[in-house]
Design a protein around this ligand. Structure first.
Ligand code: NAD
Length: 373
């Protein structure tokens, strides 16, 4: 199969790197990379050529048997697709029904990287996790950049500097990465989650876990559900108290396919000290903070900087491309069992089934509920 890697500008990430191209070739595939696809991730066309890919035009790349992307095709790109092609990318079928229908109408097979089941066997292709890890790290760096002080405490001849206080809400993959980065920079770090079982991981990083005691809010597949009644009230008390005392809040509480729960109110923001920072990693779903502006960063009248970037993983494009490209190689290993360049889609395999949004023009989303053993 010929795998095409489009130039997704303005997206900074690219779905392949020279090292992942080499791995795809070993699986028996050929790879065509659109000129300039890696430019924003510091990968020149020549590096792809050296790795064995063909560097091609936009018109040529969309002719490939398989189109591997970081994001989703635009309507114009979707119109270029023809029956028999396969598209892989973050297609967000839960929220973008229009794209699913358009892909089906073109007769293509579409696999969504945000639908990879969160099971051990699929960890190597879990792009939600690899991107969340980068986004969480970057959230701490963005906070440090916007904050007018050091994270670490110091005792110097010119006086004593206390460490910054960082509070992380939601300790999934992104939250734990933010906790790790904040701790490594020397901040006094606190974290919470509706899943108290994450406390051990938080504390192993030298941060303190603050319990909300809402264990029952976790569904069978490990995702959190929306808090209700008393639990939400208890959490609100904790958030209000933290807002008054910490310098930085990093929120990561997302619910897949649903609007992000509003956890930090405008009043809590107003209670924060001038110079404080909120990084809202849930901004793409509307944000965990009432006054987040998704895709923007601004400072409130009270001097609190609110960072609502929705592209945090793209802000480390080299590493994000490498990890995402490796997730794709692992997907293609699964789909090319004979290492013969032939794709096999097996609906008896839960990973194949969950990810498939359309097959040969038929809509196959939503998949059947995942079997939790
Ligand atoms: P996510 O992005 O869905 O959510 C981020 C975190 O926010 C989660 O820890 C969640 O519990 C928390 N959260 C949600 N609502 C909240 C609220 N109102 N208040 C406070 N915290 C709230 O999380 P994720 O990182 O994608 O992980 C989701 C689940 O999948 C976790 O159980 C994780 O352990 C699991 N997981 C499994 C695998 C695997 O086995 N392959 C890989 C990654 C994640």
């Amino acid at each position: 199969m010929l795998i095409g890697i489009p130039n997704e500008a303005p997206e900074a990430r690219v779905a392949a790197t020279p090292s992942t191209v080499a791995q795809l070739l070993r699986l028996g595939h050929r790879v065509a990379v659109q000129s300039g696809a890696g430019a924003r991730a510091s990968i020149p066309d020549g590096a792809f050529t050296e790795a064995g890919a063909d560097v091609v035009t936009a018109a040529e790349v969309w002719q490939s048997d398989v189109i591997a992307m970081v994001g989703a095709p635009t309507p114009e790109q979707t119109a270029l697709l023809r029956q028999g092609q396969t598209v892989v990318g973050f297609l967000h079928p839960r929220t973008d029904l229009g794209l699913t229908e358009a892909l089906a109408a073109r007769g293509v097979t579409a696999l969504s990287m945000d639908m990879v089941p969160r099971i051990s066997r699929a960890q190597s292709l879990d792009a939600l996790s690899s991107m969340a890890n980068i986004a969480g790290y970057r959230a701490a760096i963005e906070a440090g950049h916007a904050f007018g002080r050091m994270f670490g405490g110091q005792v110097t001849a010119a006086g004593k500097v206390p460490p910054a206080k960082v509070f992380v809400i939601g300790t999934g993959v992104a939250g734990l990465a933010a906790v790790g980065a904040a701790r490594n920079l020397g901040a006094e770090t606190f974290a919470t989650d509706v899943r108290p079982e994450t406390a051990e991981q938080v504390e192993s990083m030298g941060a303190r876990f603050l319990h909300i005691a809402t264990a029952k809010e976790v569904s069978a597949d490990g995702y959190a559900r929306e808090s209700t009644g008393d639990d939400a009230a208890k959490a609100a008390l904790l958030y209000a108290e933290q807002a008054r005392t910490v310098d930085i809040i990093i929120t990561t509480a997302a619910i897949p396919g649903r609007p992000s729960p509003k956890l930090i109110t405008a009043d809590m923001v107003a209670s924060m000290r001038p110079g404080s920072v909120i990084v809202d990693l849930a901004a793409a779903g509307g944000g965990n903070c009432e006054v987040t502006r998704p895709g923007e960063t601004y400072t409130t009248d009270g001097g609190v900087t609110i960072i609502g970037w929705t592209d945090l993983a793209s802000r480390l494009p080299g590493q994000a491309s490498q990890l995402y490209g490796t997730n794709l190689v692992n997907l293609f290993k699964l789909l090319t069992p004979g290492a013969d360049g032939e794709l096999t889609l097996d609906f008896d395999d839960e990973v194949h089934r969950q990810m498939t949004v359309t097959r040969d023009g038929e809509i196959t989303f939503p998949p059947p509920p995942i079997q939790v053993s």
